[in-house]
Design a protein around this ligand. Structure first.
Ligand SMILES: [Zn+2]
Ligand SMILES: [Zn+2]
Length: 597
């Protein structure tokens, strides 16, 4: 994220080209104020670049030693002082050659390098008080507007994101238009730390990572339960929506990638191997191979739509520095599908995918939002094809009653797409999945055909789609969304039986066996520990239900039922607990209902 943000700034303008919304203008201006405070404290430190990013900003500084937390506190203090001075942001222009001389004299080598890479005759300069920066702007009018900000962290960062370049020191901060927004964001950061899926994954024994396989999770038995439940549900709804499941090879000759175009554009991201003097690669996506399924036989208009789904294991060679838990992995299990259809079927097919998306996310209490990305300047295919395709996507969204944002020009060169985002329980937005229309790439490169009603051979349209993206990322997201307290149908352990003392072990075993016979994932905790301790431990492991048994429960064929939320429901007949559990799990309910009236 940071690297591409950086690239964008450098590539587009030579330096900053903030998208000029009030918030990003404020954030970018805050980065200038931070740089000013740094220069006042350490006049010898040089300044590199400081863009606004999602939720905040950063600035990179030429300095060998890292900034300490105490340094950040001092810088923040300096920034508040600068805000009080109410300095105006003043724009001016300079001939390129003068600017190079100017920044060289000020001993700002990074700025000199940036200007040398700019083709324009003149560059713009922003000044506030004693601070001068090379910048496109825009900026707020005065430092007095810099009010609601906080510096968050610092770390090393290579100049232009390239490890061959010198290491700079980056400081990250956040800035908001109101104090409420800032407080809310800082709360979200705290909450996100508590919910970090890497931490929860270890504590709840779901998955783990080891140096021997960077970017690839080790799924532990409990995590695998979640994976399997998702897979089971995925198969159910795909069967119900008339998808056919396939499985295609992981290790594939490079010839295929040359035909698909990935070899040319994507090979740096592919793992390559030599087998019998030929180059093979681990597949980074399923698309090209799905065309073999399509081409297995000659298709007629009656065979379409053909919906081919695959839970494919993919490998992408992400740089080791960018790997983050389940969010950025090298080994991905994608919930992929390709739909091949006639042009007149596109709208219905997209509509069907959107319906599937909504049905799917409802289970997780996640509200999806949609963004429609339309034709880019370098589009392939005819204007008519694009008009029809974009119209079909608009109509599919409308017919589902969905509000959506437009991202003009953001589609792929081979077709428009709909990006699917969700907001999680603490208000973070995630892009999860995509529905991508493909007018030309697969159909043309693989010469796909069907025989139409008039006997003519025509090109089908391909739709690439995923519902939750990848198992890894989605399980990472819902682990944080639920803070590890999964709905019962997904919970690795659904119920734990706790005998009050050794005397009650026999009855506890009976209860446990009945749960197992009813296919409830149950555990018996008959360790020689205090009941209170065992209850607390079950709660820490987010086990939905605790069934406590003693003399009274045994006499009544009942259990004392506790929810992981701390609710104590008292004695409930065992039969009732079993029936409620079966209903809740069967319905894949999102709330705990067992024992409630
Ligand atoms: Zn600027
Ligand atoms: Zn695809």
């Amino acid at each position: 994220m940071a690297a591409s943000e950086e690239d964008r700034h450098l590539k587009l303008t030579g330096e900053f080209d903030c998208d000029p919304t009030p918030l990003s203008t404020l954030r970018h201006s805050t980065s200038h104020v931070m740089a000013q405070a740094v220069k006042r404290l350490w006049p010898d430190v040089s300044i590199a670049i400081g863009p606004a990013i999602e939720d905040g900003f950063y600035y990179d500084f030429g300095r060998s030693e890292p900034f300490t937390p105490e340094d950040l506190a001092k810088i923040e203090e300096g920034m508040r002082a600068i805000a009080k001075e109410k300095l105006r942001f003043e724009r001016s222009e300079m001939p390129r050659a003068d600017a190079i001389a100017y920044f060289r004299e000020r001993r700002e080598p990074w700025k000199v390098e940036i200007i040398e890479g700019i083709a324009d005759d003149r560059v713009s300069i922003y000044r506030q008080g004693d601070y001068v920066d090379l910048c496109r702007g825009p900026h707020v009018s005065s430092t007095a507007e810099i009010k609601h900000f906080k510096l968050l962290s610092s770390s090393g960062a290579y100049w232009r994101g390239d490890e061959k370049n010198p290491m700079l020191q980056r400081i990250y901060g956040t800035a908001w238009l109101t104090k409420e927004d800032l407080d809310q964001y800082l709360w979200r950061l705290e909450e996100a730390k508590k919910r970090d899926h890497r931490k929860l994954g270890r504590e709840l024994e779901l998955f783990d990572f080891h140096d021997v396989a960077p970017g690839a999770p080790f799924w532990l038995p409990k995590g695998m339960v979640i994976f399997r439940e998702l897979e089971k549900y995925w198969r159910e709804i795909h069967d119900a929506h008339d998808y056919l499941e396939t499985s295609t090879p992981i290790l594939v000759n490079k010839k295929l990638w040359e035909q698909s175009g990935h070899w040319e554009l994507y090979q740096d991201n592919m793992f390559k191997l030599e087998v019998e003097e030929q180059i093979f690669s681990l597949k980074p996506m399923n698309c090209p191979e799905s065309t073999y399924v399509y081409r297995h036989t000659l298709r007629s208009y009656r065979d379409l739509p053909l919906r081919v789904a695959e839970i494919g294991r993919l490998h992408r060679n992400e740089r080791s520095g960018t790997l983050t838990g389940m969010f950025r992995v090298r080994q991905i299990t994608m919930d992929d599908a390709h739909i091949y259809c006639r042009p007149d079927q596109v709208q219905d097919e997209i509509s069907g995918v959107l319906g599937l998306v909504r049905e799917f996310y409802k289970l997780f209490n996640l509200e999806p939002s949609f963004k429609l990305a339309t034709r880019p300047p370098d589009m392939l295919g005819t204007k008519e094809q694009w008009d029809d395709a974009e119209h079909a996507l608009h109509e599919a969204l409308r017919s589902n009653g969905l509000a959506y944002d437009l991202k003009p020009g953001d589609g792929a060169f081979y077709g428009p797409k709909i990006d699917i985002h969700i907001d999680d329980a603490i208000g973070r937005n995630w892009q999860i999945a995509t529905v991508q229309l493909d007018l030309t790439m697969l159909p043309e490169r693989f010469q796909l055909e069907y025989v139409d009603t008039d006997g003519q051979r025509k090109r089908p349209v391909a739709i690439h789609r995923a519902i939750f993206g990848s198992f890894e990322r989605f399980i990472g997201v819902i682990t944080e969304h639920f803070a590890g307290a999964f709905p019962t149908w997904l919970a690795p352990v659904q119920a734990r039986v706790l005998p009050i003392s050794v005397k009650h072990e026999d009855y506890a075993k009976q209860v446990y066996e009945k749960l197992r016979a009813a296919k409830v994932r149950a555990e018996l905790d008959n360790r020689n520990e205090k009941l209170g301790y065992r209850i607390r431990e079950a709660q820490l492991h987010k086990v939905p239900y605790m069934l406590v048994v003693g003399d009274r429960e045994r006499e009544q064929d009942a259990v004392s039922l506790r929810h992981r939320t701390g609710d104590d429901l008292g004695a409930v007949p065992l039969d009732r607990v079993l029936a409620d559990l079966a209903r809740e799990i069967g319905a894949r309910a999102s709330t705990l209902t067992v024992g409630r009236a």
